[in-house]
Design a protein around this ligand. Structure first.
Ligand SMILES: [Zn+2]
Ligand SMILES: [Zn+2]
Length: 168
């Protein structure tokens, strides 16, 4: 049993927070535990999102070049409940490449805010580099918020359509 930053109980059989559709134990858990390595830039990106969800600061610094100090990352994430991840675009970053780019949105809510919590976004264009067979996050550029699909599942994870949920 693992506790997320939302104090929700989570088991490794549950769906991976990176939204791959696979159970956590067959997806990002082996990466976070150091039993295997990301084979693509987007796999590393997904596992780093999970590291935020599970507050694995060790993993975030291990998988970044010139990583920000752990305290800064923790501070940045402290008030956030990470809800879901959406990968928007990838460029290179396959098994054969040595560099790659991933554009993604990580949706979150603020811990402190009382309900109904506003759905917020961290939209970023990230760069990755492979060194000696291992992928690393090198830098990210913040981007403007996107408009979620009104008829799609709400990124807050409620299971309702966005237009019937956080869009209101
Ligand atoms: Zn995953
Ligand atoms: Zn919602």
């Amino acid at each position: 049993m693992i506790t997320t930053q939302n104090n929700q109980q989570f088991t490794a059989q549950d769906a991976c927070p990176c939204e791959s559709g696979k159970p956590f134990k067959q997806c990002c858990e082996p990466l976070l535990e150091g039993r295997s390595n990301a084979d693509t830039a987007s796999a590393l990106m997904r596992s780093r999102f999970c590291a935020f969800v599970f507050q694995r600061w060790d993993y975030l610094s291990r998988t970044a070049l010139n990583s920000d100090p752990n305290e800064e990352i923790q501070q940045y994430s402290a008030d956030k409940i990470w809800c879901s991840l959406k990968i928007l675009k990838t460029k290179k970053g396959s098994e054969k490449d040595t560099s790659g780019e991933v554009e993604f949105v990580a949706f979150y809510q603020r811990q402190q805010e009382s309900a109904p919590k506003t759905l917020r976004q961290h939209h970023e264009h990230s760069h990755f580099q492979k060194i000696d067979g291992l992928w690393y996050f090198t830098q990210g550029l913040a981007m403007d918020d996107i408009k979620p699909d009104r008829n799609g599942n709400c990124p807050c994870g409620s299971g309702k359509k966005y237009k019937k949920c956080c869009a209101q």
